[in-house]
Ligand binder design. Structure first.
Ligand SMILES: Nc1nc2c(ncn2[C@@H]2O[C@H](COP(=O)(O)OP(=O)(O)O)[C@@H](O)[C@H]2O)c(=O)[nH]1
Ligand SMILES: [Mg+2]
Length: 302
């Protein structure tokens, strides 16, 4: 009988904004690690989700969506570079697309993949929105031949369909004979980072189109007691008007954002949470190298 060798590896989750990358990561890990919303570019950093089984350690990198750069801020450019770096760091890449949809942005990501020798699995997500699988066939034929994909897999990240077989397929690509992270780790991110992300998710979900993109969240301090976690956080905005919108009439919007965030934090920490949120104005933070570093958007290329 041959002995089973434990194997680990990195899997990058790549695709244009809003195709469901973060939803897929959370489904693969079985816990909310990466925030999601129906607005593109909710994810700004590379976030690792780690799953350890008896025989394998899967290290998934959720990435910001790759988008056209023409009118990009420094933050936007950094997000693209983060995603490109993840492609090159992986043992295998998952190229996530939306069932029945194909755009120029998908096309330019394919071009990226053509210039690397790292294997790519094509993952067609949101198949729950196309219950008639026959309608999907012409689409699969058209995009399946765009590059040298190892496999084509159909999933619904929202419902979880196809996610277990995706994990099974991935085993073959994990090449390191050992373990990178302790088995109990499910992310590489700190409590500070995850807490700030939770607040950011609520801003994305509660505010109209433009504003969430101009907002940064920093958790300044976390005090962990036996039964209570105290979290002090600052929302950075670019203008006075944005501050007013976030606060809302009689402070109601901010109160709602804080309450929703606190509930998610309590689920994450398994403890009661006291959350204190400040809003501060700093003009042009989105193009300030300094503040971006402070907020944790490090330039992956140096
Ligand atoms: N119907 C459906 N919606 C999905 C699925 N996966 C993600 N979504 C939704 O698509 C939107 C974008 O998801 P998100 O994970 O934030 O996308 P990302 O920008 O690629 O990380 C959210 O509103 C998700 O709920 C899916 O399999 N089916
Ligand atoms: Mg995302």
């Amino acid at each position: 009988m041959s002995e089973v060798v434990f194997k680990s590896g990195f899997i990058a989750i790549i695709g244009r904004p809003n195709v469901g990358k973060s939803t897929l990561l959370n489904q693969l890990i079985g816990k909310k690690i990466s925030i999601t919303s129906n607005k593109p570019q909710t994810t700004r950093n590379r976030i690792l989700g780690i799953k350890t089984t008896e025989t394998h350690q899967f290290i998934y990198a959720d990435t910001p969506g790759i988008h056209h750069e023409h009118k990009g801020s420094i933050l936007n450019q950094r997000m693209n570079r983060t995603s490109y770096a993840a492609i090159e760091d992986a043992d295998v890449n998952l190229f996530i697309v939306e069932a029945g949809k194909w755009s120029d942005e998908d096309e330019s990501i394919v071009e990226r993949f053509k210039s690397t020798s790292i294997p790519v699995l094509l993952v067609v997500n949101k198949v729950d929105l196309m219950p008639n699988k026959e309608e999907l066939l012409p689409f699969l034929q058209r995009i399946g031949s765009k590059a040298n994909f190892e496999k084509v897999l159909l999933v619904s990240s929202l419902k979880g369909d196809g996610v277990a077989s995706l994990e099974e397929e991935l085993q073959a690509y994990l090449s390191f004979e050992g373990q990178y992270y302790p088995a109990e780790y499910d992310t590489d991110k700190s409590d500070t980072f995850i807490s700030a992300e939770i607040v950011r998710e609520k801003l994305f979900r509660m505010l109209a189109q433009e504003i969430p993109y101009q907002v940064g969240v920093v958790v300044d301090k976390i005090d962990v007691d036996k039964r209570l976690v105290k979290i002090y956080c600052t929302i950075w905005v670019a203008r006075e008007g944005q501050k007013r919108i976030i606060i809302g009439k009689k402070g109601e919007k901010l109160k709602k954002i804080s309450t929703l965030a606190r509930k998610d934090m309590e689920a994450y920490f398994h403890k009661k949470v006291f959350l204190n949120v400040w809003i501060k104005i700093k003009e042009g933070w989105i193009d300030s190298e300094n503040l971006l570093n402070q907020l944790g958007y490090h330039d992956e290329n140096g």
